[in-house]
Design a protein around this ligand. Sequence first.
Ligand code: BG6
Length: 485
Amino acid sequence: MQTDSSFTFVLFGGTGDLSMRKILPALYEAHRAGMLAASGKIVAVARHEADRDGYLRWVNEHVKAHVAKSGVDDNAWASFIDRIEYVKLDLGNAEDFVQLRDAVRDLPGTRVFYLATGPSLFVPICRALASVGLNENARIVLEKPLGYDLRSSNAINDAVGEIFAEGQIYRIDHYLGKEPVQNLLALRFGNALFEPLWRREWVESIQITIAEELGVEARGDFYDNTGALRDMVQNHLLQLLSIVAMEPPHSMDSDSVRDEKLRVLRALKPIDPRDISRVAVRGQYHAGVIRGTSVPAYATEPGVKQDSATETFVALKVEIDNWRWAGVPFFLRTGKRLADRIAEIVVNFRPVPHSALGASALRAGANRLVIRLQPNETIRLYCLAKKPGEGMNLSSVHLDLAFDQFFKEGQMEAYQRLLLDVINGRLALFVRRDEQEAAWKWVEPILNEWAASGKPKPYAAGTWGPAAASAMLAQHGTCWLEEEN
Ligand code: BG6
């Protein structure tokens, strides 16, 4: 479906890692699928390449390898390349912004500025854009992390807010663009089956895990100043939590959904600094083996300080102080160099209140819904059934919904969906300032406490993190899904 929304997409950080791995491949995919207006242009901005020819050489060398598994269609690639213009720009040089203005002045459609740069450059870039009048009628996309804590994020939001109105600002959290996360909304609000049970009376606990096998790769320097709490919890995990826990929105328009997510974030039970060791576990990976390959310790990765106290693993117990969820623990977990790459949500229902089927029925467990976000998107509903033969012995069995069996069409990558949303002016999947503030406010006591004392607990790469993460669940009579049986 080709859109008639023409656009000029200006990409700052045009030779950066994110542009290479995600943004340009996503734009190519949208182009190949005929989802971009024919007249739309991409203007890459960087300081490394001298001219358009040099930039296109870089794109050909570096971006192709990151294009979807289906490979590159030569004709589509050639016409994609035709869309790309290049402006060499030094941020410190005001004259370069005049040249940028001249380069985009006569280009068509909605103007989008995508800042795929470090957050310290957001404000200088926005000011420089305003100085040449480029902020008017434009949209600005800000990549995470937006700041380092509540104060720095507020400072950026205040300064950007003087130049762009909130409705022009698209704060990316790419987890919100993932197909299965969209599907979670469909599951909850498109079916009558689950919603009546989606509450404290029927749910005992919820787990949300984003586990990675990868380490910090080439980002040691950035990561060592960031850590898993800022990199994954403040944004991706709290966003997933808010979608799992929110009330049904009035509609899917941008503010209805974001208002409901905000209510959840504001209802997160504040963490008392004295309780942190009970409800928060941090870890750092040591050398280990993942799928038969030895991998080094975090502290020896390039860019990482040898005595680093940065966490590469976090597990938290979170509570939501509202009528629907009071008393239900939400266990969140994320880490690098874990045993598997998995993102999933596990809803553990309460056992039946009385077992007419005898004691064995209760021992066989309870219902559970496992929503696997990646890889292999599936929803699995565990039920109890009678084992064949004599007697009433129950066993846990499951119903599976594997999406690729129903939908043969390829899924859209998160960045592709989000970039199309920016071009088409749809804000629902972008984080509003008040959501971001509420998330920072909630994580800040943990950040402060961890910065002030102690160190992360070690865990071997290729495992599921420090034992303390399991002990935390054991206190609630439960365990992480992979520890069952
Ligand atoms: C990014 C983090 O936001 O998300 C990375 O900065 C992390 O550290 C990545 O690896 C995970 O995203 P995905 O889509 O691969 O699960």
